[in-house]
Design a protein around this ligand. Structure first.
Ligand SMILES: *[C@@H]1O[C@H](CO)[C@@H](O)[C@H](O)[C@H]1NC(C)=O
Ligand SMILES: *[C@@H]1O[C@H](CO)[C@@H](O)[C@H](O)[C@H]1NC(C)=O
Ligand SMILES: *[C@@H]1O[C@H](CO)[C@@H](O)[C@H](O)[C@H]1NC(C)=O
Ligand SMILES: *[C@@H]1O[C@H](CO)[C@@H](O)[C@H](O)[C@H]1NC(C)=O
Length: 232
């Protein structure tokens, strides 16, 4: 579809970009076909998960690709960029976020160092905000051919600073498939793949020993720290 025209051709060489292109096309298709129901859906909450996440701007930059681990009860998230998919933005990005506590760590495991910071915004692409609006249900692929279709719910809402909005698609089991953040300066697409419904390595959600006792960094006036902002 038309959005494909925004992708510079040099990006079209990689398999990863082709996957992203497919995700964008899928999403555009979903926007066109979503049937809006005026019923009383409540946002679901994702289960514990392990999987891969990619982040791309609609200018065609691949911002990051890496593995994530998410604890849905404890509201903890680890994301580590994958060095076999290097990008300028995220080389060596390693984040451990505690949304309930409102803190996170930027970890440098090679260097055994870390920075501890406060989160000003706890919204993130693995969970639907409680005040999200149900937009509709979409069947992608085929409904009638077994194994060839995926049914997703679309949820939309505003960003806390009201300068942007988001659109998330999640499976019936509440696994997040794609999330778009439409902001003033950029649009970011987060898309997830190979999700498993469990925490495979719980140690990834534990603060590394070399980060324990780390003092909190000052947040400069006007800075908003959030998972999303790590990719802006
Ligand atoms: C999710 O993971 C946490 C941390 O490992 C665990 O305490 C919790 O029981 C898990 N929840 C489910 C539903 O498995
Ligand atoms: C990096 O990505 C590849 C898939 O492209 C995957 O097989 C590998 O396990 C990933 N490595 C880590 C550390 O996540
Ligand atoms: C990283 O930035 C440099 C200089 O701006 C550019 O030449 C290079 O293509 C970029 N690499 C990636 C993977 O985006
Ligand atoms: C290691 O961490 C220090 C700060 O703690 C930093 O100045 C230095 O650049 C880091 N080195 C590498 C190789 O990342």
């Amino acid at each position: 579809m038309r959005l494909g025209l925004f992708l510079p051709s040099r990006f079209c060489d990689s398999l990863w970009t082709r996957k992203m292109y497919a995700a964008i096309t899928l999403f555009v298709f979903m926007c066109l076909t979503a049937t809006t129901h005026a019923d009383h859906h409540q946002p679901c909450h994702a289960p514990n998960m392990t999987g891969f996440m990619s982040v791309m701007s609609l200018k065609g930059e691949v911002k990051a690709f890496g593995a994530f681990t998410y604890d849905s009860m404890g509201k903890k998230l680890r994301f580590r960029s994958n060095e076999s998919h290097p990008t300028n933005t995220s080389l060596g990005l390693d984040l451990l976020m505690f949304f309930d506590e409102g803190i996170f760590y930027e970890i440098d495991s090679k260097n055994q160092s870390c920075e501890k910071k406060t989160l000003q915004c706890t919204q993130h692409p693995l969970d639907i905000p409680d005040d999200a609006t149900f937009h509709g249900e979409v069947h992608t692929g085929s409904l009638s051919v077994e194994g060839e279709g995926l049914k997703v719910n679309i949820w939309t809402g505003s960003m806390p600073d009201t300068k942007g909005h988001y659109s998330m698609s999640v499976t019936m089991g509440c696994l997040p498939v794609t999330v778009f953040y439409f902001c003033e300066s950029t649009t970011l697409l987060f898309s997830n793949s190979d999700i498993e419904n469990e925490i495979k390595d719980p140690d990834l959600l534990v603060v590394p020993s070399y980060c324990v006792g780390q003092p909190m960094e000052e947040t400069p006036e006007g800075t908003v720290n959030s998972f999303l902002n790590e990719f802006m």
